[in-house]
Design a protein. Structure first.
Lengths: 369, 369, 369, 369
């Protein structure tokens, strides 16, 4: 094992991250050390990279320097003395919500939203590096049939899967609207298609992403920033006049919430996944929720590990192909290109994967050729 | 059978209702005629009685004259030729949401929120009368152990029961907050107590109602209009720091929604039952729903007839005693006193029951003596 | 409208049925008359055709003559005076479980298993005829995109869909075993594939059916009547050693139940759909159910009309293609050939569709050419 | 801390246990040492005490000597270096199912039935001693309002609560039958009463236990070993002719299963909790499960820690009083009397609690005086 490794480190409270050589992480008794085979850029990483007000408040200058990143697939190269079920050589990914075992939520099967949980890459060093330390409790053993460039995005794909399935997993033979066309929404379209949603509407803004949404299986594309079509009327016209059985808000904007509840049929289900930009959002409480008799499912993270189990099965069986969403790949040291792709508008990227090891990068390029 | 009957009729688009002699209702083939033994005043009746903007818009002047009322218990005295399962002499109450059989919601087991359903006493003549016509599809056979003054309030008690049980009926051994102290909230406190909610908080404003709430089983009373106690901190202090497992909004006000979501623990359930006074309400979407990972259940009406079944069993078994909530009883012809009780502020009434037949009134008085 | 029609009539308590000219059915006020476009043969029809002990006991000689058949698609040509939501020209199928509206089960959303329900083609004349009378309450409006030869099998396809989805509809990303290779099991394989079951095992006996199962999407074929493979070990080997998440018994035999529970992982779900040939079946109650902590879902009929809704959406969207299961088609007057196909062993037929109108038959032949 | 302690040790493969002085348990890094305040005798302890074929096979002679017992309440007096959320002085009980963290069931929220879990007092030393070592992962923090003699029986009370609530926790306003009158059934009657079951039938054999069942809240007592009453007809007579909504088999006998399924209404829920004495049990699969359309919930252990949470709330709120079921208390050194009480027939004991410390015993005696 080497003593040093390369990593993307946030060192200063301003835009950017540094490519540095740093010591290898030391693992606690209940942790494992993972050699990173592939890692991907999340919107949260972009917030931290930009050092916007949210990250300044959430992480804080005093926590720097800190290694970025939390979406990962890699190989276990060292295990702590108290590790019980993860072994050297295991091919793993990491859930990023690290639970406190005595949190009420953790005790009740909701450890993904524990009151006192910590976040990988936010509350501790992340995985934009050659190695990363991972507590056993958040290790997930991958199926070897899943290539690293797809195994590393299972964490956001889990978000998408949980958003689609909601709290009750009852979606087969239903209609579904996704409001928002970010990468998690595009993953969600694919999941919806794989699990038997029979009428999929994607509401978005960016041609690049909408095109991916179509390849992932959307039946209908509706532009939120054009007025050529009455979106609500269109959806009712394609659902026998009732509206969709399920609406997933993946945007969090006032427009998304206003239209989203109108697109939903009475007695339907609304997934609240998007993050609002404002402290409060005006909601038509009566017609949108009370009289509509709908169920609103707040979705944050993914179920540990029910969602991971389904994601692994969907990928390893080949029922779900997420290749169209992984739009760009770079060696890790070219991370700045990756962040640029994530930041530019109009979008020309969905999901960006990075590889610390150039051989892994080359192999992935070949698989996707 | 007489040809005429006495009824409280809305005749003009202004405050009030008239005590008139009118013809007996004629029943359709799939309807029954019910002799009213007891009926009760709902908030909706008060809206119509006052002829406020909602009722002017919802019912409209052109629909008058119309008989008020929809909460009822009585005896079947005539059955239409196509009635299949209701018989002469049956002791029945009425669900007020009259479904359209081909509504998608009706076909999917959600007939209580059908897109095209009609409302008894709103879309057709009601039950503030000696007789009322009821479609078989909304007839519910009562248990004879339930006195008429309680059988007639099963419709709003069903609202309360559905609000407590939510969509999943999972409440045993949990903590619950009711925000609002109207009659349905007071019923709900009693239901919560009867079904094993182990920590019941009632947030209200009126001493008269709060006192009834205490008798119905509330463990904690918190005043929404006083600042002596930090209500959110109080609830967290009594729930090991987490907040309540379930919060039922029975008020719909901006304050209720703002505080209600803060009183709820992460991963809890929020019942949306109250009706907002404004077109939109500002909601802390991120912290209240998304990051909280909560479930919001929009509750309107009651399940047909799952809720009715539980209500009947709770009452007939004696597990639930709603006597404290039925605060006033009058002969029907004294309906004006009843409406005054419902309208006055501060409140000095919870639920008001009316009896078309004075003998029924006398018998009820004796039972409650 | 003609006064007479052709029909397959059970006239005597012995094998067979007669091709007769009989009067058109007369409809009650709450019924519609349907011109049959396509109808299909169910195992129940075969029981009655054979007049086996079950049908002799269930129907009884005194009920004869009676028209056979209950799986149907057709056009509404007459509506009773009390029909509310079905119209002339509607393209409908029929749910065969005719509920009693005051059955407790009907009131609680389980009308498909009402205590006093009647069965079309068993308790009243069926649809192996040019016309059939159908109560509105069991009419289901089809999507016109679904051809009659597929629309008529939605009733057994609904059985299959309910068996797959179980009571909770939670199947996405899970593994599933079907024990039995009859037509409903073959439908079920297709449904499972369409709704995101990621590992499908089909256990059967007949090459003809197993081949269809493969075309419908089974990942693994296991022969119940061969000992070349240890079936339980095989399934564990393909489920990381645990057994399948869900096992659907579609056979009801002692062997099916003994093996089925062993194929199921701890905490899994077992669908009990097959009908046993014996009064009691020996079951390993401790290891199969109690210690296994599993859920057993008894499935009979299909949910009215939740299952129908999903079936319609799966078919009309093209997500589910059932063509391979519809193995034979005949004009109705050649019904004897159809029954022979259903009875012969080893099987060389899955689902047989009959057409009263030869033009419909010809059109169907062309569509499938 | 002393170096030695008193304990009830199974030393030989024959009836009985020895009162010995043994070294204090040594804890692993992720365990705590608990000073036992109260412990209670389970049927499993009786099996081991008797050294019947089950225990000879399950535990095996080579595992002896081993300390008996697994139901416990006590105080944490030492914590391992890796313990995260349990602290010195905490008042705890222990879940007895010790999960393997990488078991599929544990990962999917079903750790109570993990494929590779270990059992306290079966696979390792138990708590019939002054001190016991407990892994943090199965520690449950008690509410101080719950006396030790009741806190120690939360493990079997959790069995009862899970049996009552089933997998879906949907019981409010329903009817329920318990077949079997052992201590867990008696607890279950109390739980059912506390959570709003409105009609409770207890089917048993022993006057002593039936009397306790009545005090716990059973509405109807039916003797399984007398023919004075047709038990199935009686239950139908008291459920409008349908049968009970829920039947809990707490006995596992052929008679219990035969009658139990007949007592259940169509579409009801059957809890399978009792353990059968035979390798297989004859079950009327068709009428009992398939045509009945029922749900069978296999219940083993209790949900970790959803059930514990509800149990704690029910006890600490005073909604549930289990005093009648705790029929006998002894100092631990008089354990032989306790076992005699558990073994004698006809029964004259329900639940027996033992106290290692005589002062705790005296205090409990006083509380119950």
């Amino acid at each position: 094992m080497p003593e040093k490794m390369k990593a993307v480190v946030k060192t200063r409270p301003e835009l950017g991250g540094d490519w540095q050589e740093v010591p290898l992480p030391r693992i606690a008794d209940d942790e494992v050390l993972v050699r990173v085979r592939a890692t991907s850029i999340c919107g949260t990483d972009v917030h931290i990279y930009k050092w916007d007000p949210w990250s300044a408040g959430r992480i804080g200058e005093q926590a720097l320097p800190q290694i970025l990143g939390h979406e990962v697939a890699g190989e276990v190269v060292e295990t702590g003395a108290g590790v019980k079920g993860i072994h050297m050589g295991d091919y793993v990914s990491a859930e990023t919500h690290i639970p406190d075992p005595q949190d009420l939520q953790a005790l009740l099967g909701q450890m993904h939203i524990g009151e006192r949980m910590k976040i990988l890459g936010v509350d501790r060093d992340g995985c934009f590096a050659e190695y990363v330390a991972i507590p056993e409790v958040v290790c997930w053993v991958n199926d070897k049939a899943i290539a690293p460039e797809y195994a590393c995005v299972q964490e956001p794909l889990g978000n998408a899967t949980y958003a689609v399935l909601g709290e009750d997993n009852d979606v087969a033979g239903k209609s579904m609207v996704f409001v928002g066309d970010g990468p998690i929404s595009l993953f969600a379209v694919g999941v919806a298609r794989a699990v038997g949603v029979t009428n999929i509407f994607l509401v978005g803004k960016y041609d690049f992403n909408m095109e991916i949404g179509k390849r992932m299986g959307a039946d209908h594309l509706l532009y939120a920033n054009k007025d050529d079509v009455d979106r609500i009327a269109y959806i009712k016209d394609h659902t026998r006049g009732y509206g969709a059985d399920i609406v997933c808000d993946m945007a969090g904007s006032t427009q998304a919430l206003e239209e989203g509840f109108q697109m939903l049929r009475k007695g339907g289900r609304f997934t609240a996944f998007g993050v609002a930009g404002e402290a409060t959002v005006p909601i038509d409480y009566n017609n949108g929720i009370v009289f509509k008799g709908c169920q609103v499912h707040g979705v944050n993270g993914r179920k540990m590990f029910d969602t991971w189990y389904r994601v692994r099965n969907l990928l390893s069986s080949g029922r779900l192909d997420i290749a169209p969403v992984v739009s760009h790949m770079f060696p890790l040291e070219e991370y700045e290109q990756g962040f640029e792709k994530m930041i530019e508008r109009p979008r020309h990227a969905a999901k960006v994967v990075l590889f610390p090891d150039r051989q892994e990068f080359d192999a992935a390029q070949q698989r996707r050729a």
